[in-house]
Design a binder for this molecule. Structure first.
Ligand SMILES: [Zn+2]
Ligand SMILES: [Zn+2]
Ligand SMILES: [Zn+2]
Length: 163
């Protein structure tokens, strides 16, 4: 498997996550500027909370964490921020978990394939364009118009298989 298929893998427990967060933040700022939109403090806070680990975060937990801050944003405002981030390609929504995860490569438009570890909850993100175009082609053959091609695969990450 070539590296450009893996957007984020199962990073080792020792990796310096601050780098992931710093990279994600600078990418997010770049994407917002490119779209002529503002990376508002709330959008940034929501984004940072989603990037606190490589595990997806449920909107409910996000709201609970935000409620601990002094500004306590109203839930609709938080949902709007999530919609914005999703639309900008900065986060993905995992429907099976009803949770959000920061995208490891938002600069390039893609439909992700997600490997979800059932034990530790960590998610890896793949972008296999060949797979996406095969799905597109097969759907077209039977006259189906695809609107969302996110694929969610459950299993155990390498670490959870040994422990
Ligand atoms: Zn990381
Ligand atoms: Zn992505
Ligand atoms: Zn795991």
């Amino acid at each position: 498997m070539s590296d450009n298929i893996i957007i984020q893998g199962f990073e080792s427990a020792e990796h310096d996550h601050r780098h992931c967060v710093a990279d994600a933040l600078s990418e997010a700022e770049r994407v917002c500027t490119q779209r002529g939109e503002r990376f508002t403090p709330l959008r940034r806070t929501v984004f940072e909370l989603l990037w606190s680990s490589h595990k997806p975060v449920k909107a409910y937990d996000l709201l609970a964490q935000l409620a601990l801050t002094h500004d306590r944003p109203a839930p609709p405002t938080v949902y709007r921020a999530l919609d914005f981030l999703q639309e900008a390609g900065l986060v993905h929504k995992l429907e099976s978990l009803n949770a959000y995860i920061g995208c490891g490569e938002p600069g390039r438009r893609h439909q992700g394939q997600f490997l979800i570890c059932e034990r530790c909850g960590v998610v890896a993100e793949l972008d296999d364009e060949a797979l996406t175009s095969r799905i597109d082609a097969n759907a077209r053959k039977i006259g189906f118009k695809v609107s969302d091609e996110t694929i969610e695969i459950t299993g155990l990450c390498r670490q959870c298989q040994v422990s």
